[in-house]
Every structure is written in C-alpha cells, then in structure tokens.
Design a protein around this ligand. Structure first.
Ligand SMILES: Nc1ncnc2c1ncn2[C@@H]1O[C@H](COP(=O)(O)OP(=O)(O)OP(=O)(O)O)[C@@H](O)[C@H]1O
Length: 293
C-alpha cells in the first residue's frame, strides 16, 4: 500500500521494497502502456478498470478502462457531455464530494486501489492534485496560497524550509520571476494566466505524483495558454499528467497519449500522434476532423 495515501505507515525493506501488509500488491516490474514503451513513456501510474459512474439514476460512464503512464501527458478528448471530467474526477475521488454520485470499478495508483477504505482522500488529493478550468486561488497572499498545503501536511519543519518549498514550487510553475517581489500581495490580484500558474504551484508544493487538469486554458488568452502549455511540457518530465481539453490542437501539442471519449465510453486510446494521424475508429476520425462535437 502506498504509505503516502494512508495514515498508518507500512514497513519497507532495505531496498525500498514494501514488506508485510500490502507488499503482495507491489509490482517488481512496472508494466508499460502497450506501444508507449516505444514512445519512451514511464510505466503505468494509474490503471482504471471498468469504471462506471452514476449521478442518481443517470449513468455518465459505462465501464471505462484506461492505463495512464507516468512522466507523460495523457489527453482526454471528446464532445461535450461525454464524461471526460467525470472520469478525471474519479482519479482523485472528487466524485465522492458530488451529492448523489456513485462510482463502480477499480482504480489503481502504483498498483494500489485508491478506493480502499484505508486510503485517506485528503492525502490522495495531495498526491493527485487538480487544476480547474477557472483559476481558483485562495483569497490569501501569493505566498500563503502555495504555503497552505505544505503547512497542513506538515512538509516543512521551519519557516525557512517553508520559504524554500514556496520558492521552488513557484519556480517550477514558471511564476517566480513575476512574483518574487510581491509574495505578500493577494493571489487574486494576478492575471488569469498567472493565477493558473499559481494554482499549479500550489498543487506542486505538496509533492504530488499526478496532476489532473480540467480544461486549464479555456479561460486564458493565447499568450497565457502558450505559457501553460510550455509549463505542462516541462512538468511531464516529473509527473503523470492527465488533461481534459476541447482543443484538438492543444491535445496534439501537449500530450503523448490520447483517449477519445464518446457517450460515456472510450472509443479509442493510443499514442497521440497515431490518434491524430491514423485513428483506428471512424468515430475518432469524424471527431478530430470536426464532423461532430
Ligand atoms: N453533478 C452532476 N449531476 C448530474 N449529472 C452530471 C453531473 N456532472 C455531470 N453530469 C452529467 O454527466 C455527463 C458527463 O458529464 P461530464 O461533465 O463528465 O462531461 P464532459 O465530457 O466533461 O463535458 P464538457 O466537455 O462539456 O465539460 C453529462 O451528461 C452531464 O450532464
């Protein structure tokens, strides 16, 4: 069991291998995502199996399965209402917070069931951070926006350590140079694109392994969008990133893997280049060429 997700730690052997309870779930050889080994992607980080989501009587996902590689960007594309955001929210159990929502199926992160009752959803959401469509900084200073998570998760043992974490997260989010001289100004006073990078810094500050992005650029102008796309490309060296986007061009620019959703199902998954140049399914071709959606 991933100790970052539960409050009770388990023992690890001398080479970092899990021992005792939960060790049977660990993988000595991490699998890769089919042909993505060729594309040089990381091993599977998240594996979703037969995911069904219901909002009351309405079924939004009808048994979706997807392997998501580490150190890569996976784009979820498809027409409005096809279930992209619903699927994204299952990956850090955000649907738990939606009244009337019910999730079936299994989602493993590093081979562990994230819906296991031992998993603390608060710790899971720190490990699997989320960036929304509309930048949502807290009504606090730039510094406090980033420092908040590390403080509540006890990641800094001193003020200077906290300052280092904040500085490093802002640097990795490509925002440091623009805010270094006004860390105590309100986060909400930044431009939309800067706010979105602040929110990304906030997610990074708690040392996540996965970053989920739900249309992160749809409220931004082309220049701010280009900066976020550049940032996503840098972040993928370190994180597993899943992005929902309505922009085919964006999916093609930033992702290495793409899953095409339609009416609560995945029609096709593959390397982004293959999906956009040589899709196997007619519905994918029709969507990416703008015949529907
Ligand atoms: N909280 C909710 N309560 C009831 N139905 C919901 C809820 N959230 C989503 N749905 C429904 O579930 C289906 C999938 O919605 P979802 O938002 O996941 O699609 P999407 O592909 O992300 O759409 P979009 O691209 O428009 O954001 C839709 O029919 C939507 O109306």
């Amino acid at each position: 069991m991933n100790t970052k997700l539960i409050r009770t730690p388990i023992a690890y052997g001398p080479e970092g291998q899990p021992t005792g309870a939960g060790a049977e779930h660990s993988r000595s050889v991490a699998p890769t995502v089919g042909d993505s080994a060729r594309a040089g992607l990381g091993p599977i980080k998240i594996s979703a199996k037969n995911i069904k989501v219901f909002y009351g009587e309405k079924q939004a996902l009808h048994g979706v399965s997807l392997d998501i590689p580490d150190k890569a960007v996976t784009a979820l594309i498809g027409p409005s209402g096809c279930g992209k955001s619903t699927f994204l929210r299952t990956l850090n159990r955000m649907n738990d917070t939606v009244p009337g929502a019910r999730v079936e199926g299994r989602i493993e992160m590093d081979g562990e069931d994230i819906n296991d009752k031992k998993v603390d959803p608060v710790l899971l959401r720190a490990q699997v951070g989320m960036v929304f469509q509309k930048p949502n900084p807290f009504p606090k200073s730039i510094f406090e926006n980033v420092a908040y998570g590390p403080k509540i998760h006890g990641l800094a043992s001193s003020k200077s350590e906290l300052e280092d974490i904040v500085q490093s997260a802002l640097k990795r989010a490509g925002l440091w140079d623009e805010v270094a001289d006004r860390l105590h100004a309100p986060g909400t006073g930044l431009s939309g694109g800067q706010q979105q990078r602040l929110v990304i810094a906030r997610a990074i500050a708690v040392e996540p392994e996965v970053i989920l992005m739900d249309e992160p650029c749809s409220a931004l102008d082309p220049i701010a969008t280009a900066k976020i796309e550049e940032l996503i490309d840098e972040l993928r060296e370190r994180y597993c990133i899943v992005i929902v986007t309505h922009s085919m061009a964006q999916a093609a620019r930033v992702s290495q893997r793409t899953a095409f959703f339609h009416m609560g199902n995945i029609v096709e998954t593959g390397d982004t280049e293959d999906i956009f140049t040589n899709p196997r399914e007619r519905r994918t071709l029709d969507y990416i060429t703008g015949r529907f959606g």
